[in-house]
Design a protein. Structure first.
Length: 113
């Protein structure tokens, strides 16, 4: 995979990270989110209802860019600095993976909070 979405020429120390088993180029000092977007990776996570989500605010407020980073779930890609050899999994959510969403319905009159 290569970076094809940089607005300006990428400058700085370059290294690789691993995203869903693929090698992705990264630049020291940028966030995980910046690295993924520069390589045109947009579908980042599944929300707690199993629907795909992408980044929204890019500054840590919305929690739409949560990923699995080095085995830790729900890490905000916009708040984590990229490091060499990181292992990142997108489109995952531990809540969804451990829950059968089909069988968990809210009955009429039952509180869903």
């Amino acid at each position: 995979m290569r970076r094809n979405q940089d607005i300006t020429d990428a400058v700085g120390e370059t290294f690789s990270i691993h995203v869903n088993g693929e090698t992705v180029p990264a630049i020291a000092g940028e966030s995980v989110l910046s690295t993924l977007l520069a390589s045109n990776i947009r579908a980042l996570s599944k929300n707690d209802y199993g629907r795909l989500a992408s980044a929204y605010c890019g500054m840590g407020v919305c929690h739409c860019c949560t990923l699995e980073i080095n085995g830790r779930h729900k890490q905000r890609a916009c708040q984590v600095a990229v490091r060499p050899d990181m292992d990142i999994r997108t489109e995952t959510n531990i809540v969804v993976e451990n829950t059968d969403l089909e069988s968990h319905t809210v009955e009429q009159g039952e509180s869903h909070v």
